[in-house]
Design a protein around this ligand. Structure first.
Ligand SMILES: *Cc1c(COP(=O)(O)O)cnc(C)c1O
Length: 410
């Protein structure tokens, strides 16, 4: 005989939602941290002056240049990407010098704002709307600078707000065509260990990176890489400060000064594990995997296309990043779509940055990802669009899985 529960009508049930299981955050950084990396951090603090930690750190520092594909120096600081920007500028430039910012979204101008606050003279060259930096425009501007007043050129490989992919090698060719000696500085925070990057081959003088995107490590480490040109400029730079100073971090017998103080111990354990994972997969395979996932995301967006519906923010297919995609939503309210995905789908999507908050959302597809994660993200978006009655062409899931299938061995 079924028992009557006298308490049944006093229990308030939570509203039904599908969003149980592991929540997925598909934003363009911080990216998903592998369990291996999380576990590696979970340990007691060791001796920081000698022994295993110091040996591990020396190994990491020796390996870091290869990440950016350079024979130059690599530096690790306890900071985020914004701090790494300061590290790059302060080590190479002097007060009152001019830098040329190549705008293609949110981040290069942000770097420029920090340069201005440090006492540099900042000039900005704007990209055409929804397009990458135009190398021809860079060459033209540099040709006008006959006195070589511009001392550094700042650009991002991938702008995480617009999801543009700038052609770093082509911009170097433009600088050379103009015969300009400015230092070439590239922010790879959103593309390192996601998309091809060849610091030495492409003639980049300073590279900037961060831990929490393709590198699969929690936020907290900032990286700079410097070639011989950058080290020569460093000798004369008067913006140098004790904490960021490359010379101080290279010199001295004590390992302690490699980090200008106590090392980021837990992050170093994480980074060691992440570097092992990167080596196990192989950098070229990582780039290829990101190309497939980026292609799957774009295939879905193309398939969904309908009047008033979603479209890629970047106009040219060749200028779309493999690590993040910014999606214009036209008649669809992106906040509504994100809320449905979040509350009903267990999926967090990226917000639009700056003025674009009401016009776009972003999908991060960088780092530790597999087909269930990427295709699941797209399927959840498709379900949310369907639930909302949003304008939608064909099935994005079919198109995206067809792209993934091309890379699957059967
Ligand atoms: C994320 C990001 C930054 C900023 O990094 P923070 O760690 O948030 O300071 C800078 N540039 C690019 C291209 C980025 O993607």
């Amino acid at each position: 005989m079924p028992q009557e529960h006298s308490t049944a009508n006093r229990i308030t049930l939570a509203p039904m939602t599908l969003a149980r299981g592991r929540h997925l955050v598909s934003i363009p950084g911080p990216s998903v941290i592998p369990d291996r990396v999380l576990s590696a951090m979970h340990r007691a603090m060791p001796n920081i002056y000698e022994g295993a930690l110091v040996e591990m750190s020396k190994g990491i520092l020796a390996e870091i240049p290869s990440l950016a594909r350079t024979e130059g120096h690599g530096f690790i600081a306890i900071t985020n990407g914004h701090g790494a920007w300061d590290m790059a500028l302060s080590n190479t430039l002097s007060k009152g010098e001019t830098v040329l910012v190549l705008e293609s979204g949110h981040f290069a101008p942000g770097w420029g704002n920090q340069a201005a606050m440090m006492g540099l003279n900042v000039e900005t060259l704007n990209a055409r709307p929804r397009r990458a930096v135009d190398p021809a425009a860079v060459e033209e501007r540099l040709r006008q600078d006959t006195e070589h007043m511009i001392k550094a050129i700042l650009v991002v490989q991938v702008d995480t707000a617009t999801s543009v992919w700038n052609d770093i090698a082509a911009i170097r060719k433009a600088i050379d065509a103009a015969g300009h000696p400015a230092l070439y500085m590239v922010d790879c925070i959103a593309s390192l260990a996601c998309m091809p990057y060849e610091m030495d081959e492409w003639g980049v003088d300073v590279t900037v990176g961060g831990s929490q995107k393709g590198l699969m490590v929690p936020p907290g480490l900032g990286f700079t890489w410097a070639n011989e040109n950058a080290m020569a400029a460093h000798e004369k730079a008067d913006l140098r400060t004790s904490y960021w100073d490359w010379t101080k971090r290279l010199s001295g017998d004590s390992h302690y000064w490699r980090y200008a103080g106590t090392p980021p111990i837990s992050h170093l354990y994480a980074l060691r594990e992440a570097l092992d994972m990167i080596a196990e997969e192989g950098m070229e395979n990582i780039w290829a995997r990101h190309a497939v996932f980026g292609g799957a995301v774009r295939a879905a967006i193309e398939a969904w296309r309908a009047p008033g519906g979603l479209e890629c923010a970047m106009l040219e297919p060749a200028e779309r990043s493999n690590s993040v995609t910014t999606v214009m939503t036209n008649d669809i309210n992106p906040k509504h779509l994100r809320a449905v995905c979040e509350d009903e789908g267990g999926l967090t999507l990226g917000i639009g940055l700056g003025e674009s908050e009401d016009k776009v959302f972003r999908i991060g597809h960088m780092g530790h990802l597999s087909p269930p994660m990427v295709l699941g993200t797209l399927a959840t978006i498709e379900a949310a669009l369907t639930a909302m009655g949003a304008p939608m062409g064909g099935s994005g899931i079919a198109a995206a899985s067809a792209r993934a299938a091309q890379a699957m061995k059967a």
